[in-house]
Design a protein around this ligand. Structure first.
Ligand code: COA
Length: 429
């Protein structure tokens, strides 16, 4: 059958589409900016028809209404990354978190989740009937490929992005057409402290490096310092508007990359319309599943891979906490460990964890003698390399414990150095 006929035959409304969900089903939802809001709202409006539906969604950029108080008999959300809309529900026990490396997420989806239904938000079909997973290929592609039923929200405002990122309309069981702006993440305002951190990180970058940039203000602060560099490349779990600025300046051209030469590689994207317009139908951008992009063995095929991420706490041994404050879940591990391990195996590779020296308005040091009770270690002391604050750079790679403590104290906030030194002396003499 011609794909256009198939497409027309499967067009329906969101209210009809969510009738395909049954009590007890496992539903996987497209990641980040591909959150299929119209389908999600229709499912939640139909909540009385369901009991015990499990919702798997890594980072919802929508309101995650299935986690609202009162939804407990109908939905249980299993998150892969706590975000603004789900932190409270996780803290209050209405939702839970499954700690999984992002690179292993497709395997987790296929083999543990085994979804009954996938709800996705994709671009309009091309002339061959292929839609793009667009701003989130990551686990979303594995979710749709392994679900028994695929409900798709097709939006002409969703960019078409090239790579291993396509789904044919004949793989969709119900299709709804929408036309509304894609959720945007405006660039953060960079503080003075963050600008200093950005400059310290930039001093570890060289012309020709390939960069991975994590989430939060620090990566943007680093990008802002790279305007005079040459021939940088991008192989990153995600990127945002800051990278487009450097591409437009000719700083990022991907010409010295050792794989995907000439292309910026991503698994999901978050930014503004400026980013979405840049990536649309652009052969210089390649999107693929997260078990490829974040696979440490693939990352390592990029020579001079520099990963730059942030964290919440680091103890005097170099153990890094990135996703929780004590037991309070703030985010998830994302691709931090994937890229730190990939960078360690990359020829000339380097990994950086960068953060302001204090939190809570200067009341708490982020360099601590002991990580908070209940906190989860995201990066082990064996994996850690450069730690960067506004006070400088601590190279911990291969360093013995006493030397690590000394280097970390030197980049801690001066207000906390005496108590950190007293602890280091008590411990190591
Ligand atoms: N003690 C107490 N609270 C702390 C803290 C500390 N040491 N460090 C951070 N916090 C709190 C902040 O006050 C803030 O709380 P609020 O939301 O109530 O204001 C919250 O934790 C988030 O901190 P912030 O510094 O604003 O976060 P960010 O947006 O810069 O992101 C991470 C930082 C670490 C959370 C983020 O980089 C992350 O999730 N990393 C792990 C995943 C990852 O690295 N992925 C890589 C590829 S994307």
């Amino acid at each position: 059958m011609d794909w256009r006929t198939y497409y027309r035959d499967h067009l329906t409304t969101a209210e009809e589409a969510v009738q395909r969900i049954q009590s007890g089903n496992r539903v996987i939802i497209g990641h980040a900016c591909t959150d299929p809001g119209v389908l999600v709202d229709a499912m939640v409006a139909n909540a009385d028809a369901y009991r015990d539906v499990e919702i798997f969604h890594m980072l919802p950029m929508g309101k995650a209404p299935y986690t609202a108080p009162g939804m407990e008999p109908h939905f249980r959300h299993i998150s892969g990354f706590a975000g603004g809309s789900t932190r409270k529900a996780i803290a209050e026990g209405r939702a839970d978190l499954a700690p999984v490396f992002f690179s292993r997420y497709p395997d987790y989806v296929r083999n543990q989740v085994q979804p009954d239904v996938a709800m996705i938000h994709v671009s309009t079909p091309d002339e061959h009937g292929y839609c793009s997973y667009s701003l989130a290929v990551d686990y979303t592609k594995a979710g749709a490929e392994s679900a028994k039923v695929v409900l798709a929200q097709v939006n002409p405002q969703m960019p078409r992005i090239l790579g291993d990122s396509a789904i044919h309309v004949t793989e969709m069981d119900a299709i709804i057409e929408v036309d509304y702006p894609i959720v945007e993440l405006p660039p953060p305002v960079i503080s003075e402290v963050e600008a200093k951190i950005g400059a310290n990180c930039a001093s570890l970058v060289k012309d020709g490096d390939t960069l991975q940039l994590g989430i939060g203000a620090i990566p943007d602060a680093v990008l802002a310092e790279l305007g005079d560099f040459n021939d940088l490349g991008i192989h990153s779990e995600m990127f945002s508007d800051g990278v487009v600025d450097l591409i437009e300046k000719g700083v990022v051209n991907n010409q010295r990359k050792t794989i995907h030469r000439g292309q910026s590689v991503y698994t999901f994207l978050m930014g503004t319309r400026k980013l979405y317009d840049y990536v649309h139908d652009n052969p210089a951008v390649w999107g693929g599943p997260v078990d490829y992009v974040n696979n440490p063995l693939i990352i390592a095929q990029n020579d001079n891979l520099v990963s730059i991420n942030s964290c919440i706490q680091v103890d005097l041994q170099g153990q890094v906490v990135s996703s929780s404050v004590g037991l309070r879940q703030i985010s998830g591990i994302g691709g931090q460990a994937d890229f730190i391990r990939g960078a360690a195996m990359s020829k000339g590779g380097r990994s950086i964890l960068a953060f302001p020296s204090t939190a809570k308005g200067g009341q708490a040091s982020k360099v601590v003698p002991f990580i908070d009770q209940g906190a989860a270690v995201s990066t082990s002391r064996e994996d850690v390399q450069y730690i960067v604050t506004e006070y400088g750079i601590a190279d911990l790679k291969g360093q013995p414990l006493k030397e690590r403590a000394k280097r970390l104290i030197a980049i801690a906030h001066p207000n906390f150095r005496d108590e950190l030194t007293a602890e280091a002396q008590r411990r190591y003499g």
